[in-house]
Design a protein around this ligand. Structure first.
Ligand code: MSP
Length: 680
C-alpha cells in the first residue's frame, strides 16, 4: 500500500503563477475563463506535488479605453470600474479557480508600487522626457509603427482604427536593453514557451528596440507620474507592475532587495533563490511582447530578477478569429456552466484546445466531450462498479483483492505509466496531453470491466475472482481521482466521496501524486451517489447545439501584413450582389404563435409568406414577445434557409431580429403590405 511521499526538494519550492489582468471595458467571456482555468489547473497540480503556490489574477482598470467607456456611461472611472470588475471575479469563482489574490490596478497598494517602480527606473537613469508622435491603438492600448498596421490604419490584432497621437511623454530607454535581453534569452532557453513564440520574440529584439513612451498627457484615467502630475503612467507599465504589487515587493528596502518585506515577497525570484522559487506568467499570445520584452527590461532597470517563464497560450477562436470583446464574437461562459456545470466546461477548455495553439470553440464538441469522455467514459466506469455491482457483491464495501492475473498486472503497469506521463504533461503546460493520457487509463479500465465481466462473476465466482476485479477497478478510480483533480476539482471530490475516500488535502512538502498501487483500504464503505455526469436533457442539448457564436467575425490577420479590405467594419465578409440575391427575404404575416414547451427562448410561429400553406418557423424571441403580441404582425422572413430541427420541431425559415445586451426587437413592417412579397 502506498502512503503519500514527501516531495523532492525541487517540488517543495515556491511557485508563483499569474494570469494576465483583464481589461474591464466589457463583460468577461470564455476566453478570459480559458486563461484563468489554465492557471488554476497548473496551480492545483503544483499543490498536489507539494509546492507552496501563490496564484494571482485580477483586473486592469486604467487607460484610455476604460476612460472612454466610463465617459460613454456618464460616470467616473472609479464608479465604472467598481461596477465592471466584480463580474470577472465572479466568473473565476464560478469556474472554481482557487486564486490566492485578486488584484485591481485601482487599489492603493498597486498605485504605491507603480510609483515606486517609476522612481527606481528614474534612479537608474532610464527615463527621460520627450515627445511622442505616432500611432496609438486605444483598443489594445498599444503604440504601433506604420508598417505594423493593417490596410485602413487598423490595429493588427483588434482590427479597430488607430489614432494619430502627438504629445509630451516620458520615455523608457528600452533601446539600451536590447543586448541584455538577448543575453538573458541565451542563458534562459525556456524563458518563453512555446519555443516557436520565443523565436518570434528573439527576432523582434534582434531587429532593434526603440525607446518606449511610458506616460500620456492627453487623458487622466491612470496613475500619476511621481512629481509630474500632468502625466499618467502608460497603462502597460502600470499593468505589468501588478505582478510585483500583489507581493508587496517594492514596499520598502533598496533596489533589488526584497528582504525585510512581507513573506509574500519571497515568491519573486532573486539570484539566491533561483532553485527554490519559480515565477511564471501565463498570457495570451497577443500580449507576449509586453511580457517577454518590456517587462524583463523594466525589471532589469529596477535591479530585479526577470520571472522564470512566460507561457503564451493560443486563442479561443470563433470561425478562426480570436474571440474578443471588441469584435463581439465571443461566447458567454455562464449559460454553458448552467447547462453542463463548471467541471465539464473546464474539461472541454483544457482538452479540446492544444495549449499554446489556437482552437475554434465548438458547442458540438463541448456536448460530444460531455457525453462521450465524461459521461460514457469516466462516469460510466464509476457507475458500473460502485452503483451496479458493489452493493450486491460486498454490500458496498471495498473488497480484499486476491492474487492478480496478467489482466490486472497490465492495467497496473498502464496506470503507472499514465501517472508519470500525466505529471510530465502537466509540468510542461500541456493539459490537453495530460487528459489524453488519463483517458488511456479510463478506456483501459472500462475495457478491463468488459473483459472480466464482473456481473457474470457475481454469479459464477463471487468469492475469489470477483473481489480482485472490483478492487482493481476501484483502485483505478482512486488514481483517476488524483490525476484528474487539477481539471475536475469538484467532480473528483465527488468521485472520492463515492469511493469512501476523504477529500484530497494538499500540504506543502507532501507529494500526493499516485505512485504505488493499492492504497484503497479493504472494508471501507463506499457511498454510491448520483451519476457524476448525468445524461443531458434533450432540450439542453438542442439549446447548446443551436447556440450561435455571438457574431460572425473576419478571418485572422495574416502576420500583420497589409491586405486588401475583405471585411466591413462589422467584421462581415464583403459579398457580391449575386451573393445577396441568393437570400430569399420575404414579408411574412404571423397567423399563429405559441410557446415551445421547455424552452425559455423559442416561439413556434405559423407564418403566411404567400405560399399555399403557412410556414412553421421557430424564433428565439420569447424573452421579448408574448405569443399574442405577434399575431397579425408582419415581419421579415428568410424563406430559403434549409429547414432545421430545434427542440425536436422543424423550423422552415428564420425571422429577422436585432439584438443587443439589453434585449431584442423583431423587424416588423409598419405598412399594410401583402404577405409573400420580396424584401430587398
Ligand atoms: N489588460 C491586458 C493584460 C495586462 S497583463 C499585465 C489585456 N487584457 S485583455 O482583457 O484584453 O486580455 C487578457 C487576456 O485574456 C489575454 O492575454 C488572454 O490570456 C485572455 N484572452 C482574451 N481573449 C481570449 C481568447 N479569445 N482566447 C484565449 N484567451 C483570451 O490584454
Amino acid at each position: 500500500m502506498s502512503t503519500p511521499s514527501p516531495s523532492s526538494a525541487a517540488d517543495a519550492r515556491r511557485y508563483y503563477i499569474t494570469t494576465p489582468i483583464y481589461y474591464v471595458n466589457d463583460r468577461p467571456h470564455v476566453g478570459h475563463a480559458y486563461s484563468t482555468v489554465a492557471v488554476d489547473v497548473m496551480h492545483r497540480f503544483q499543490e498536489l506535488k507539494g509546492a507552496r503556490v501563490h496564484f494571482l489574477t485580477g483586473t486592469d482598470e486604467h487607460g484610455q479605453k476604460i476612460e472612454r467607456r466610463a465617459q460613454e456611461e456618464g460616470i467616473d472611472g472609479q464608479a465604472f470600474t467598481d461596477r465592471m470588475a466584480p463580474p470577472f471575479r465572479q466568473l473565476f469563482d464560478t469556474m472554481n479557480c482557487g486564486y490566492d489574490d485578486f488584484i485591481r490596478t485601482t487599489e492603493p497598494r498597486h498605485k504605491r508600487q507603480v510609483q515606486a517602480l517609476w522612481k527606481r527606473l528614474e534612479e537608474s537613469g532610464d527615463i527621460y522626457l520627450g515627445e511622442y508622435e505616432g500611432w496609438y491603438s486605444v483598443s489594445s492600448e498599444t503604440f504601433f509603427t506604420e508598417k505594423e498596421l493593417l490596410e485602413g490604419n487598423l490595429d493588427p490584432i483588434t482590427r479597430k482604427p488607430v489614432e494619430r497621437v502627438r504629445e509630451k511623454s516620458y520615455f523608457f530607454k528600452l533601446s539600451k536593453y536590447g543586448p541584455k535581453l538577448l543575453e538573458w534569452f541565451e542563458s534562459h532557453p525556456d524563458f518563453v514557451q512555446p519555443s516557436t513564440r520565443f523565436n518570434e520574440v528573439k527576432r523582434f529584439v534582434e531587429g532593434g528596440l526603440h525607446d518606449l513612451s511610458i506616460s500620456r498627457t492627453s487623458f487622466r484615467w491612470g496613475i500619476g507620474v511621481p512629481n509630474d502630475p500632468q502625466h499618467v503612467v502608460y497603462v502597460w507599465l502600470d499593468a505589468l507592475t501588478n505582478y510585483l504589487s500583489a507581493l508587496g515587493l517594492l514596499e520598502t528596502g533598496p533596489a533589488g532587495a526584497p528582504s525585510g518585506q512581507t513573506d509574500l515577497a519571497h515568491f519573486w525570484p532573486t539570484k539566491g533563490t533561483l532553485s527554490t522559487t519559480r515565477a511564471v506568467h501565463v498570457v495570451g499570445k497577443d500580449i507576449l511582447r509586453f511580457h517577454a520584452v518590456y517587462w524583463p527590461a523594466f525589471l532589469m532597470a529596477a535591479g530585479l530578477q526577470p520571472p522564470h517563464q512566460i507561457w503564451a497560450h493560443g486563442w479561443l477562436t470563433a470561425d478562426g478569429v480570436k474571440m474578443s470583446k471588441s469584435l463581439k464574437n465571443f461566447v458567454s461562459p455562464l449559460p454553458l456552466v448552467d447547462a453542463l456545470g463548471t467541471d465539464p466546461l473546464r474539461y472541454y477548455l483544457m482538452r479540446d484546445v492544444a495549449f499554446g495553439q489556437d482552437g475554434d470553440f465548438s458547442h458540438a464538441n463541448l456536448v460530444a466531450r460531455y457525453t462521450g469522455d465524461l459521461g460514457n467514459g469516466l462516469g460510466n466506469l464509476l457507475n458500473r462498479v460502485v452503483q451496479s455491482i458493489l452493493p450486491k457483491a460486498t454490500e458496498g464495501r471495498i473488497p480484499t483483492p486476491g492474487p492478480s492475473t496478467s489482466l490486472e498486472d497490465s492495467l497496473v503497469t498502464l496506470a503507472q505509466r499514465v501517472s508519470q506521463d500525466t505529471a510530465t504533461h502537466y509540468h510542461a503546460f500541456a493539459p490537453h496531453r495530460a487528459l489524453e493520457s488519463i483517458w488511456e487509463l479510463v478506456s483501459a479500465a472500462n475495457k478491463y470491466v468488459d473483459q472480466t465481466e464482473p456481473w457474470a462473476l457475481l454469479k459464477s465466482d463471487p468469492n475469489h475472482r470477483l473481489p480482485t476485479v472490483l478492487y482493481t477497478v476501484l483502485e483505478s478510480l482512486r488514481w483517476l481521482s488524483v490525476l484528474l483533480s487539477p481539471v475536475l476539482p469538484s467532480k473528483c471530490q465527488d468521485l472520492r466521496k463515492q469511493l469512501g475516500l476523504p477529500p484530497l488535502a494538499v500540504r506543502q512538502g507532501l507529494d500526493l501524486w499516485p505512485q504505488a498501487w493499492g492504497a484503497l483500504i479493504p472494508g471501507t464503505m463506499t457511498q454510491p451517489g448520483t451519476p457524476l455526469f448525468p445524461r443531458l436533457p434533450e432540450a439542453v442539448q438542442d439549446q447548446l447545439l443551436g447556440a450561435p457564436i455571438a457574431a460572425q467575425a473576419p478571418p485572422p490577420p495574416d502576420n500583420h501584413t497589409k491586405k486588401p479590405q475583405t471585411h466591413n467594419s462589422n467584421g462581415k465578409p464583403m459579398i457580391e450582389f449575386d451573393d445577396f440575391t441568393k437570400v430569399d427575404l420575404r414579408l411574412g404575416k404571423v397567423l399563429q404563435a405559441e410557446a415551445v414547451p421547455k424552452s425559455t427562448k423559442l416561439l413556434k410561429l405559423q407564418v403566411d409568406i404567400g405560399e399555399p400553406q403557412p410556414r412553421q418557423i421557430l424564433a428565439g424571441i420569447r424573452t421579448t414577445y408574448a405569443p399574442e403580441d405577434l399575431i397579425g404582425k408582419k415581419l421579415v422572413v428568410v424563406a430559403n434557409l434549409k429547414p432545421r430541427k430545434l427542440m425536436g420541431l422543424e423550423s422552415q425559415g428564420m425571422v429577422l431580429a436585432a439584438s443587443d445586451d439589453d434585449g431584442l426587437s423583431a423587424l416588423f413592417v409598419d405598412k399594410d403590405i401583402t404577405p409573400g412579397v420580396s424584401v430587398g
